[in-house]
Design a protein around this ligand. Structure first.
Ligand SMILES: [Zn+2]
Length: 169
């Protein structure tokens, strides 16, 4: 499923957008036919966390499509002006109820044609109590040997967990 928003009108003056290739080796841009404003469709950043409680790695079961019912790393979109680390800590808390401190960057994941760029941190849990938010059916803690590999929602979930296993034995 590839849902790409199509913008038709300039957010500044309401003029119609036309597609123009402004630089030969760059993608076509949306350019306003009235005021020449260029609307850059930038990537979106997602910050995720891998952290373990005494019981295991904290994963979140998705409560919405796509991949409803499958497991993901707790995380979400980075707000403009927010650091990646702040976003990872904030999202991890919002999704799980757990406070965390970043230990290291585990990896970054991007895919051709996709808007999202996913940054994954390895963190240490510093407090809080697990409570699922409205976006998840449940939060669970998985021992390394019990990771539900066949029910992970995304490529990134799988790749990042694999990397985590390699780095942490
Ligand atoms: Zn305009």
């Amino acid at each position: 499923m590839n849902k790409k928003a199509i913008y038709k009108f300039c957010p500044l003056c309401g003029g119609a957008f036309v597609k123009k290739r402004l630089v030969s080796n760059e993608p076509e841009r949306l350019v306003c036919s009235a005021c020449e404003f260029i609307f850059y469709l930038d990537p979106k950043l997602v910050a995720c966390t891998i952290a373990e409680t005494g019981k295991g790695i904290v994963l979140q079961r998705r409560n919405k499509e796509p991949k409803k019912g499958q497991w993901v790393l707790p995380g979400g979109f980075v707000d403009r002006g927010e650091t990646l680390e702040e976003a990872a800590i904030r999202e991890f808390y919002e999704e799980t109820g757990l406070h965390s401190r970043i230990k290291c960057l585990l990896g970054n994941y991007s895919y051709p044609g996709e808007a999202n760029i996913i940054i994954v941190y390895q963190s240490r849990i510093t407090g809080g109590t697990i409570r699922p938010c409205h976006e998840s059916m449940s939060i669970d803690e998985f021992k390394k040997e019990d990771i539900p590999w066949d029910r992970l929602a995304f490529d990134t979930t799988r790749k990042a967990l694999k990397k985590y296993m390699e780095v942490n034995g």
